[in-house]
Write a protein that binds this ligand. Structure first.
Ligand code: CP
Ligand code: NVA
Length: 305
C-alpha cells in the first residue's frame, strides 16, 4: 500500500520526519520516566520476526510496544514457514491480516524490501546485512542528550565497513553531521551507500588511517570486526587491530568526544575495557535509547506523530 508508513532506511525517510521522531523520543523518554506516558496503541499488535540473534532489539521493541499500550508476538524465522522457504511476500500478506505492524531482522536487504512491498501494514527494519537504521536513531538521540545538536559535528568510525556504518553514512546526509571513516583495505562500506550520501549532501570522508579519521572528532564509533552472517568476509583480526579504539586513539579525538558502540562489544578486540568502561563511553545510554527511539518510530509508523 503506497501510503503505508514503513521505517526501512534513513535514506528512505525525509530529514523532517527523522527529526520529528528524535524530538518525540526525547519527550516520550521524560514522560516514561515520570510515569505520565500515554498508551495510545491499546489493542494493536506488533509482530517481531528475527532471522538472526538479538538482545537489545528484541527486548527494546517488546518493552517499547507494551509501554505504548500494545502487544507483541516474537517470531523466530527458523520456527516459521519462512524457514521452510515460504516466500517473504506471502508471509507479509498473511501477517498483514493479523497484526498492525511488522518488525523484521533479517539477512539480505532484499528480504526487508520484499516484506515492505507486500505488507499492507508498516514494516520496520530491525537490522539487515546492509543497514541498521533504528540503531542510528538511538545513537543520534544519545549524542544530542550529551552534547546538543549533532548538525555540524564530526562522527568518526573506525573498523569494519558494515551495516551500522551504512546507516551512519545515510544519517550524515539526513542530519547534517560530518562522517569520517577509517576501515581496513577491502572492508570498505558499499559504494551505493557512499554515492547516495554524497548525492544527497552528505559530508563524508573515507580513509584507511584510524588516527586521521578520529582527529578532532566529536564522537568515536566502532562495532564488531565480524558481523552476523558476514563470517565469509572475516579476514583475521590482525587486519583490524590498527582500527581498535583504545586510550591512545581516543586521545586523537576532541577532548569532549564521546565513545559509542551499538553493542554487543567484543572487549579487547574493537575496543579496550579502558575506553568502553571509561568516562567518555555512552554505550549503555545508546542501549537504553533504543527503547525510546523505537517507540517514536512505531508511533510515526502508526500515524501518531
Ligand atoms: N545493537 C543491537 O542491535 O543489539 P542486538 O543485536 O542485541 O539487538
Ligand atoms: N554489525 C553488527 C551489529 C550487531 C547489532 C552485526 O550485524 O552483527
Amino acid at each position: 500500500m503506497a501510503d503505508t508508513r514503513h521505517f526501512l532506511d534513513l535514506s528512505a525517510m525525509t530529514a523532517e520526519d527523522l527529526r520529528t521522531i528524535i524530538d518525540d523520543a526525547k519527550v516520550r523518554k521524560v514522560a516514561t520516566k515520570a510515569g505520565t506516558a500515554e498508551k495510545p496503541l491499546s489493542g494493536k499488535m506488533l509482530a517481531m520476526i528475527f532471522e538472526k540473534p538479538s538482545t537489545r532489539t528484541r527486548v527494546s521493541f517488546d518493552v517499547g510496544m507494551r509501554q505504548l499500550g500494545g502487544e507483541t508476538l516474537f517470531l523466530s524465522g527458523t520456527e516459521m514457514q519462512l524457514g521452510r522457504a515460504e516466500t517473504i511476500g506471502d508471509t507479509a500478506k498473511v501477517l498483514s491480516r493479523y497484526v498492525d505492524a511488522i518488525m523484521i531482522r533479517t539477512t539480505d536487504h532484499s528480504r526487508l524490501m520484499e516484506m515492505a512491498e507486500h505488507a499492507t501494514v508498516p514494516v520496520i527494519n530491525a537490522l539487515t546485512d546492509l543497514t541498521h537504521p533504528c540503531q542510528i536513531m538511538a545513537d543520534i538521540m544519545t549524542y544530542e542528550e550529551h552534547r546538543g545538536p549533532i548538525k555540524g559535528r564530526t562522527i568518526a568510525w573506525t573498523g569494519d565497513g558494515n551495516n551500522v556504518l551504512h546507516s551512519f553514512v545515510e544519517g550524515a546526509a539526513r542530519f547534517g553531521y560530518r562522517m569520517n571513516m577509517a576501515v581496513p583495505l577491502g572492508s570498505e562500506p558499499e559504494d551505493k551507500i557512499l554515492n547516495w550520501a554524497r548525492n544527497n549532501g552528505g559530508d563524508i570522508m573515507l580513509c584507511h588511517d584510524a588516527d586521521r579519521a578520529v582527529a578532532g572528532a566529536d564522537a568515536v564509533v566502532t562495532d564488531c570486526w565480524v558481523s552476523m552472517n558476514q563470517e565469509h568476509r572475516a579476514r583475521g583480526h590482525n587486519i583490524f587491530q590498527p582500527f581498535q579504539v583504545n586510550g591512545a586513539l581516543m586521545k586523537q579525538a576532541d577532548k569532549d568526544a564521546l565513545f559509542m558502540h551499538c553493542l554487543p562489544a567484543h572487549r579487547g578486540e574493537e575496543v579496550t575495557d579502558e575506553v568502553i568502561d571509561g568516562p567518555q563511553s555512552v554505550v549503555f545510554d545508546e542501549a537504553e535509547n533504543r527503547l525510546h527511539a523505537q517507540k517514536s518510530i512505531i508511533a510515526w509508523c502508526m500515524g501518531l506523530i
